[in-house]
Design a protein around this ligand. Structure first.
Ligand SMILES: Cc1cc2nc3c(=O)[nH]c(=O)nc-3n(C[C@H](O)[C@H](O)[C@H](O)COP(=O)(O)O)c2cc1C
Length: 184
């Protein structure tokens, strides 16, 4: 049995540490996370994003995207979403139910981006638009299209595939993040 999922508190801190690693290390297993949303016709949708920040204290996650990407409209219509991470190294699944808050990325963050990073925000036509040919798309970095998605965690579900016995716990914001063990 690993010490990390030995008690509810260490389990919680371990998961947030693993997420924070993804935000700071390009090769960390939690570098890319899946964000699941509901589109405006009611279908579930999901896509991979780079994890930009993870803060245990506020149970918040930061992601960046193009302000004109379809997910922004979907989150504006319904901010309830779910972030999923699989940390293969730790054998840890992390599911965070959250409310998404949308804002413009800061000028300081924009200035710190390399050209290749800026090219992800902007462009004509916007993401998801039909193209007559694959090259019929112009890269046009635009700070106004640099959007920040802040996920405000509501519920965290952790599953550790421990060879000595799987462990699963659930933490709820409205219970002060106290946590409880649940059947794996
Ligand atoms: C590994 C990986 C990382 C990605 N990171 C981002 C990202 O950080 N931000 C982003 O907007 N799209 C990212 N994408 C592209 C998205 O998955 C998605 O295709 C795009 O944002 C359009 O999504 P939407 O149509 O749901 O709005 C990434 C894709 C992959 C495969």
């Amino acid at each position: 049995m690993t010490e990390h999922s030995q008690n509810l508190q260490s389990f919680w801190h371990w998961a947030w540490q693993r997420l924070a690693r993804g935000a700071h290390e390009r090769t960390a297993p939690t570098r890319f996370v899946m964000l699941a949303t509901q589109d405006q016709t009611g279908w579930a949708d999901a896509r991979m994003l780079v994890l930009r920040a993870a803060t245990a204290e506020s149970a918040q996650i930061t992601l960046h995207t193009d302000a004109q990407s379809p997910k922004i409209g979907d989150l504006r219509a319904d901010p309830r979403c779910c972030l999923l991470a699989w940390d293969a190294e730790a054998q840890l699944q992390i599911r965070l139910r959250a409310q998404a808050r949308l804002s413009q990325g800061s000028a300081a963050e924009w200035s710190a981006l390399p050209d290749a990073g800026r090219a992800l925000y902007g462009g004509c036509p916007p993401p998801g638009t039909s193209l007559p040919a694959p090259e019929a798309h112009e890269i046009a970095p635009d700070p106004a299209r640099f959007a920040c998605i802040t996920l405000i965690g509501e519920a965290l579900d952790l599953l550790h595939l421990d060879p000595a016995g799987h462990r699963r716990a659930r933490y709820l914001r409205n219970a002060g993040w106290a946590g409880e063990w649940i059947a794996p």
